[in-house]
Design a binder for this molecule. Structure first.
Ligand SMILES: *Cc1c(COP(=O)(O)O)cnc(C)c1O
Length: 472
């Protein structure tokens, strides 16, 4: 070994490195364990490099392995590892609901509600008036009923859990009829047929991929049928010759046969999306009014709240769901309840909801405002980085997150090209920055869409851009 890799012997010892000023200073602020691990990892990287033949073939001088240099690298690694793993990210992709970026950012009121609850005790399951045990659902149920017109509501971990719990509580051991055009898969791990099987119900598929009629449902009803289930095709769209059965007709048919009418709305929304130039997305209150007995939807899609699955509907059914042994396994924690309650309160005044819930601010912002903001950013970039190629391009933003898959919102993009730097390399540098910035890469261009960047985040975005471009 020693003969093969003489440089291995030149590697400084751990204790020697810890005496370097770069690391000594860090040891005062960071846990020793963390600094030590970074030193060991740095040395290990060098050992591997040396064994593999050194940097670009071989080391040229022993100075490559100087304690100063290694300590600086170890210090940089330690500083990076001291950052929280889960961190705020600037979303310049223009995808409003980005599942990888945590879906909906919370409204200020929701974030403040979470902050006020989390450090102390709270009345999560306490009825303050009577001084007796209460339900964690009580904090949001009234608001959900008010906003949707439903008799009762229950909130669980997410919409996948809501669909599962609902089927398991109301249709276990029985058949549930679903249109072949609505057997959705969401994000790979939510496939309706599998969720139904896990919930203990038998899926009865009716109709064809593109067309399903009322008579298809009717013909499939047997004494074993428990429910007709309608699923919103939230992440795809059938175009061409298609037919599906409206919620109202499903409800009528189900009730005529003494069956339950259930709808998985996916996103769920309280506002009329056409107001924002978007295609219509079914509103929760419309499904309730159409006679659906139970309706499920997500908290963090177009509601713009925390991750949650919400079930609204008839009181006796909601009670049956709450009594399910599995309800506890899927229940929400106090932080979710706090964020959801505050978000729902904003919807009591629609204009307030649009002004204060980040996803609605992003969806409602005008093209002219986006143009102004993009032009200001482009001017700043040209000013600070004269060698950069900066252009403004028309484009479109997307809703994302498994909602309104074909909707395109016109936007103004800032396109960047740094001479001699691949757009993907620049994107990687931005991703590695502080804060990390996520951008769009399209046809050899790096694109920034300010629709999803809150004006309050723009200073941070500029700072991160400057850091990445100075390196370039
Ligand atoms: C998104 C979605 C789900 C899953 O919701 P989560 O809150 O992500 O668990 C289920 N059904 C449909 C139709 C959806 O769009």
């Amino acid at each position: 070994m020693a003969d093969l890799h003489p440089y291995l012997r030149e590697l400084p010892a751990v204790d020697r490195l810890l005496k370097e000023p770069a690391l000594g200073e860090l040891l005062e602020r960071l846990p020793r364990k963390l600094v030590l691990a970074a030193v060991q990892e740095t040395l290990q990287r060098y050992r591997e490099k040396i064994i593999a033949g050194g940097e670009g073939g071989s080391f040229t001088a022993v100075s490559d392995l100087s304690p100063e240099k290694l300590a600086r690298e170890a210090a940089a690694l330690a500083r990076k590892q001291a950052l929280p793993h889960l961190r705020p990210v600037v979303n310049a992709t223009g995808i409003v609901l980005h599942t990888n970026l945590g879906r909906a950012p919370l409204a200020r009121a929701a974030a403040e509600a979470v902050a006020s609850i989390m450090e102390g005790y709270c009345n999560l399951e306490l009825d303050l008036e009577e001084g007796v045990r209460g339900s964690r659902q009580a904090h949001v149920e009234g608001l959900l009923c008010e906003l949707t017109g439903a008799e009762a509501a229950v909130v669980v971990n997410n919409n996948a859990a809501a669909v599962f719990l609902l089927l398991n509580s109301c249709a276990a051991g029985k058949e549930v009829i679903v249109s072949r055009g609505e057997l959705v898969e969401i994000g790979g791990s939510f496939r309706l047929p599998e969720v139904m099987a896990a919930g203990g119900t038998r899926l009865v598929e009716v109709g064809t991929t593109n067309k399903t009629y009322r008579c298809d449902y009717e013909a499939a009803i047997t004494p074993d049928t428990a429910a007709l289930l309608k699923v919103h095709t939230s992440n795809y769209q059938l175009v061409g010759f298609t037919a599906s059965v409206e919620a109202r007709e499903i409800a009528e048919l189900a009730h005529a046969h003494n069956l339950l009418a259930i709808e998985d709305l996916g996103s769920g929304v309280f506002l009329d999306t056409t107001r924002f130039g978007l295609p219509p997305e079914p509103r929760v209150q419309d499904s309730v009014a159409a006679g659906m007995d139970l309706v499920t939807f997500s908290g963090d899609k177009l509601l713009g709240g925390p991750q949650a699955g919400i079930i609204v509907g008839r009181r006796h059914l909601i009670e049956q769901i709450r009594r399910n042994q599995l309800a506890r396994a899927l229940r929400v924690d106090k932080l979710t309840v706090a964020a959801l309650e505050a978000t729902l309160r904003l919807y009591l005044d629609e204009e307030k909801a649009i002004a204060e819930i980040p996803i609605w601010r992003a969806l409602a912002v005008s093209l002219s405002r986006l143009r102004e903001r993009a032009a200001a950013l482009a001017a700043w970039l040209r000013d600070c980085f004269p060698r950069l190629e900066v252009e403004l391009l028309e484009g479109s933003s997307r809703v994302g997150g498994g909602a309104l898959p074909t909707a395109e919102l016109p936007t103004m993009l800032v396109s960047l090209r740094a001479p001699g730097v691949e757009p993907s390399a620049l994107a990687a540098r931005l991703r590695g920055g502080s804060p990390p910035v996520m951008v769009r890469l399209q046809q050899e261009r790096l694109l920034l869409d300010l629709r999803t960047v809150d004006p309050g985040e723009e200073a941070l975005l500029r700072q991160a851009l400057a850091a990445a471009l100075e390196e370039a």
